[in-house]
Design a protein around this ligand. Structure first.
Ligand code: URA
Length: 241
């Protein structure tokens, strides 16, 4: 069924100005819907199926946006903060009207994959503790990571007095005074990776998220860079059970 909305609401939600501004551009005859000039901003249209033109610009309508960010250190995973720059501050202002938020959190000093969207349902599905969505991290660890740690993480370790982690898959890339590892976990407790290594007497000194469920960080993105998800990534995320 077609979902119609007032054209001033559609356009102001997309960042084309206030409803008052839209009333004026409509009055001036600058707005066309499916080739027809719309003089009144209270007209209802179906933005999904209509072509809207303002002046010479075809409006790129979408309800939701999905952005993959390579989060740098020093920014917080929030929409607002009194002290620190947030991940949302890194985005172009054209995204402001969409009111995106980060799907879950990375610590201020963690880098890597962070999804930002305004699709609450998709975010909820990815974050639901019941879904056990996997997350893979690369870390540098102060201390020699051993086969024994692999076994312990497979078993689960206590990161709180009465909380044992779910089985996690630890892969050692380099075992040395400063070790390098990849760790896949299926939950998202506060400071989870750092606390798991604390539980085996080691300290994470660098942490980067590589993937979340089926979504992998695009290695062409430098720190602080982002791009919208492509169709394939979005379908995989939507289909992810
Ligand atoms: N685990 C952590 O300790 N920190 C993060 O940012 C993510 C997972």
């Amino acid at each position: 069924m077609a979902k119609t909305q007032r054209i001033d609401k559609v356009l102001s939600n997309l960042g084309y100005g206030s409803r008052k501004d839209i009333r004026k551009v409509c009055k001036d005859g600058l707005v066309k819907v499916d080739g027809k000039v719309i003089k009144s901003s209270s007209v209802h249209i179906d933005p999904e199926s209509s072509e809207i033109i303002i002046g010479n610009e075809v409006v790129d309508y979408r309800e939701f946006v999905y952005i993959m960010l390579n989060k740098p250190q020093g920014v917080v995973s929030a929409t607002e903060d009194n002290r620190d720059e947030t991940v949302v501050d890194l985005l172009d202002e054209k995204y402001v009207p969409f009111e995106v938020f980060p799907v879950g959190r990375l610590d201020k000093d963690t880098e890597g994959l962070l999804l930002l969207t305004n699709d609450g349902k998709l975010a909820h599905n990815l974050l639901s503790p019941k879904k056990h969505v996997s997350k893979t991290y690369y870390a540098k660890v102060d201390g020699i990571v051993t086969e024994e740690d692999i076994e312990k993480f497979k078993e689960g370790v206590y990161i709180e007095e009465d909380y044992k982690t779910l089985p996690a898959n630890l892969k050692i890339l380099k075992s040395d005074e400063i070790s390098e590892i990849e760790l896949t976990i299926h939950e998202g407790k506060f400071h989870q990776v750092k606390r798991m290594f604390k539980a085996v007497d080691k300290t994470v000194i660098y942490l980067k998220r590589l993937s979340m469920g089926p979504l992998k960080l695009d290695n062409r993105l430098d720190l602080g860079e982002y791009r919208e998800l492509n169709e394939d990534e979005l379908n995989k995320l939507r289909d992810h059970k």
